[in-house]
Design a protein around this ligand. Structure first.
Ligand SMILES: Cc1ncc(COP(=O)(O)O)c(C=O)c1O
Length: 390
């Protein structure tokens, strides 16, 4: 069979996802309930305003409504986003700094396509979003992993050690998947200082790609520091998947800092990448819908309640973790091997992902964007498994 050997390796490297699922089958009977905490596919329905806007757009058709948009997206959506960014950040964004994309994943892929030459390096912080290494490889880049501290805070020394003359970009994801960490303003400033120092040393401008997929899913009144006011060579990758609970609709955007040198050339490159990667234009119906939904978000309290239900119980059972500040994942350290632990949970019908897929073994990732009933009914299983492993 002549599939790409790299793709074959990718499939093999992800095989534990399949294995865990299959491991469960002989053990869990068909009737036994399955508690699936693997994916960030939210069970919470989109906000009422989304449904209203969708109906409004659908009920007011106009000629060409379903045709391709401009490659960078509809001007109305881009202008609405630019206005929101300008108000929030106190900077002068225009539609010419914004491009509509097929979700946050589409934004990350066009950014990497637009900036990378073969062999150039992209630094990512571990624990990391499991798709980054693949996205970087898609565009000929080399993924360089810098560990964060044991409590998942930024370790500036590990980042510094990874910067070389070939470094093109660093990806920062905050709130973070899988840890729920929000990096502090001071940490982001220390990253910016380091990048500026290295820029001077190597005579270049390292990009900071800010993955803002969870920027609106935050708890306990936490604030996400504004990266645009910290580092000017920033490219923002944003998504409506999580705030509007519409990941299947594939809509997001990329935005470049208004003060970035050569931002026009970068926008041209992003637009070209949107075309040649085959996205052409981001889904047009959704472009029309999100144009009028700036700042709209699902009820965060729904997620906070789920986080607290699960965290309170897991703490009682003896699981060790930092309560997430944002996003909807818990990343507990577990005793022993993470794949074995995940398999142990799967025997209880509980499906989670092992930490090794996020670049840190000895942990599991639990996505709590599920129904409350799933959490309540899964708790005895979580208890039995930690007791067995302790
Ligand atoms: C950290 C992170 N970035 C990007 C994405 C991609 O999101 P989207 O559905 O908008 O493509 C996800 C999805 O789960 C994510 O967790």
């Amino acid at each position: 069979m002549s599939i790409s050997s790299k793709v074959r390796e990718g499939i093999a490297a992800s095989s534990w996802v399949v294995n865990i699922f299959e491991y469960r089958s002989p053990v869990v009977s068909e009737e036994k309930e399955v508690y699936d905490f693997r994916l960030g596919n939210p069970k919470i329905e989109p906000p009422a305003k989304f449904v209203e806007e969708l109906k409004k757009v659908a009920n007011n058709p106009f000629p060409g409504m379903h045709g391709y948009s401009a490659l960078a997206g509809h001007i109305q959506a881009r202008e609405a986003i630019a206005q929101t960014l300008s108000e929030e950040r106190g900077l002068s964004f225009t539609a010419h700094h914004v491009i509509m994309t097929s979700g946050g994943a589409g934004a990350l892929n066009i950014i990497l396509k637009a900036i990378l030459n073969p062999g150039e390096e992209v630094i990512v912080l571990a624990p990391l979003y499991l798709e980054y290494p693949y996205y970087i490889d898609n565009h000929g880049g080399v993924c360089c992993v810098a560990e964060t501290n044991a409590d998942f805070t930024v370790n500036i020394d590990t980042i510094s050690a990874k910067i070389t003359p070939r470094t093109k970009a660093i990806i920062i994801n905050s709130p973070n998947n899988p840890t729920g960490m929000i990096y502090s303003g001071d940490s982001l400033k220390s990253i910016a200082r380091l990048l500026n120092e290295k820029n001077r040393q190597f005579g270049k401008d390292i990009f900071l790609i800010y993955d803002a997929a969870y920027q609106d899913i935050i708890y306990d009144g936490n604030k996400v520091p504004d990266i645009f006011n910290i580092y000017s060579n920033t490219i923002f990758a944003a998504s409506y998947s999580k705030p509007l609970s519409i990941p299947g609709e594939r809509i997001g955007f990329a935005a470049v800092h208004p003060a970035m040198k050569n931002s026009g050339e970068l926008m041209d490159a992003l637009t070209f990448a949107n075309r040649v990667l085959g996205y052409l234009s981001a889904p047009v119906l959704m472009q029309h819908v999100v144009a009028n939904l700036q700042g709209v978000c699902v009820d965060r309290v729904e997620y906070q309640e789920r986080r607290d239900m699960l965290c309170d119980a897991l703490e009682d059972f003896g699981y060790s973790f930092t309560r997430p500040m944002g996003a909807y994942y818990i990343f507990p350290m577990i005793p022993g091997d993470d794949v074995l632990f995940a398999q142990g949970l799967s025997q209880e019908g509980i499906l989670v992902l092992p930490g090794k897929s996020f670049g840190r073994s000895g942990y599991i990732r639990i996505a709590f964007c599920v129904n409350k009933e799933t959490i309540t009914n899964s708790l005895p299983g979580f208890k039995r498994v930690i007791e067995r492993f302790m």
